[in-house]
Design a protein around this ligand. Structure first.
Ligand code: PLP
Length: 486
């Protein structure tokens, strides 16, 4: 393909995606609304895309940028002089490493456990799954916050880590970090604060003079904190920070291997080759925005959140799940109103809001991660939401066949055959046509079907769906094995 053809193809492919600018995509992307900063950061990503953080002696630029970013975070997060940190590829990697470091800090335990509230991010379940650990999930109270006494009671001699969130992704509330971390410290257990989404908002919120539940290294017993630069740091994707209170706590996170014939392998993260692109992109963004910039962006995002929260309160049929403590909003719908249809109606109006399935006793909800760039569009958003609610009410709930629901509850996801998955995907409108499974036009029927299934079956169906989406697109007429290039 020629460069012009490639550019055209890339633009065409990208036109199918959600917009990353404009503040109308209220999950997955975070928009500062600062095009000059974005342009500068993309320049930096491009300039360092080929550099490799694998070896800090070969690419000292990346080490310098990483150490400066950790330094900025250490100040923001009230770190003592002993604080150290690592730049990772994202929130999940930061959370995985916090768990792995805790596990490998106790090599004497045959099977270590971690204790988490039921609102903890899925990354911790992934960590337990990957690292062969027991995860003890403790129900949160009616306020959706971790229950310190119940978490303490769930700890025993095998527990190496307790986790709290600042704030939780699903509900946007901050756990009682002081109580949980204090109890963990009394037992000699590490406490990780997952501030992936709040880590670059809450420090500025408190500097703006708004009250924030204590959650940083200023709280005794907090041993590590994760904070994503590619969320409210507004950096290009691929950058998060994991900070530990002391180098000793971080030591077990590092991996070295010298007993092979190749290069000396020394890794701080799950990755070995690490692109310099996200490092330079994050460093550039943080430097270009600066403290005053983040204060202004945080004020704008919080103002937008307050206005949206107030507007939701005024719309008949919608309820806030909790009073927002940062820039996250969760809302539920009353009787006769289907949140999944509301989400689709919002998509049709150019706003992406994120469906969250029902869980335990809680109904399904809609999640909003509000960016600074959303402030300018709040009025338009609330008008769209009001219309979407009216349309969804008129459409009524998405019918899910009672027989299908009965079937869903009778299935054992561990023993389902590929044919049964195909039938399920078809019932959910996820089969697509012919060879390639399609991405559905309307998500509400899919979400309604998933919502009717127990979590283990949801997981199995989602994995089967991803399996069918992820299939190679093989070029036609390429040179095959044994053929000669003409
Ligand atoms: C986003 C998020 C994560 C995971 O981060 P990724 O960058 O998506 O891997 C973990 N915890 C919380 C609270 C989050 O909001």
């Amino acid at each position: 393909m020629t460069p012009a053809e490639i550019r055209a193809r890339l633009a065409g492919l990208q036109s199918e995606d959600l917009p990353v600018h404009g503040g109308r995509t209220l999950a997955y992307v975070y928009d500062a609304g600062l095009p000059e900063v974005d342009a500068l950061a993309r320049e930096a990503v491009a300039a360092f895309a080929g550099s490799n953080g694998l070896d800090p002696t070969a690419f000292p630029s990346l080490l310098t940028m990483e150490n400066e970013l950790v330094g900025v975070a250490a100040n923001l997060l009230d770190g003592p002089d002993s604080v150290v940190g690592t730049l990772t590829s994202g929130g999940t990697e930061s959370c995985l490493l916090a768990v792995q470091a805790a596990r490998d800090g106790r090599p004497d335990l045959a099977r270590a456990s971690l204790v988490v509230p039921d609102t903890v991010h899925a990354a911790f379940h992934k960590a337990a799954h990957y690292f062969g650990m027991e995860i003890r999930v403790v129900p949160t109270g009616p306020d959706h916050r971790a229950d310190p006494a119940a978490m303490d009671a769930a700890c025993d001699a095998s527990t190496v880590l307790v986790v709290v969130s600042a704030p939780s992704y699903a509900h946007g509330v901050i756990d009682p970090v002081t109580e949980v971390a204090g109890a963990a410290a009394a037992r000699g257990i590490r406490c990780h604060v997952d501030a992936c989404i709040g880590g670059w908002v809450l420090p500025f919120k408190s500097r703006l003079g708004r009250p924030v539940t204590p959650w940083t290294f200023a709280v005794d017993g907090v041993t590590s904190i994760s904070a994503d630069l590619h969320k409210y740091g507004y950096a290009p994707k691929g950058a998060s920070l994991l900070l530990h209170r002391t180098p000793a706590l971080r030591r077990s996170q590092f991996f070295a291997h010298a007993d092979w014939p190749g290069y000396t392998m020394l890794n701080a993260t799950l990755q070995s080759t690490r692109s310099g692109g996200p490092v330079a992109g994050a460093w550039t963004t943080v430097r270009a925005i600066g403290t005053d910039g983040y204060l202004a962006l945080t004020e704008a995002a919080l103002e937008a959140t307050d206005q949206i929260a107030a507007g939701i309160g005024d719309i008949d049929g919608l309820d806030l799940v909790a009073t927002p403590e940062s820039t996250l909003i969760a809302m539920t719908a009353g009787p006769g109103l289907d949140v999944f249809t509301v989400a689709d109606e919002m998509t049709a109006r150019g706003w992406f809001v994120q469906p969250q399935l029902s869980h335990a006793e809680q109904p399904p909800s809609l999640h909003l991660s509000v960016s600074a760039a959303t402030l300018a569009g709040v009025e338009e958003f609330l008008e769209a939401l009001e219309t979407a609610v009216a349309q969804a009410r008129a459409a009524g709930p998405v019918p899910v066949d009672a027989d299908v629901v009965a079937l869903l509850h009778s299935l054992d996801p561990r023993t389902l055959s590929e044919e049964e998955f195909d039938a399920l995907l078809a019932a959910g409108g996820l089969a697509g046509d012919g060879e390639a499974p399609g991405l559905p036009e309307q998500m509400a029927p899919v979400n309604a079907l998933l919502d009717a299934a127990p979590p283990a079956l949801r997981e199995a169906v989602l994995v089967a769906f991803l399996d069918r989406l992820s299939r190679p697109v093989r070029p036609i007429g390429a040179v095959g094995p044994g053929q000669r290039l003409q």
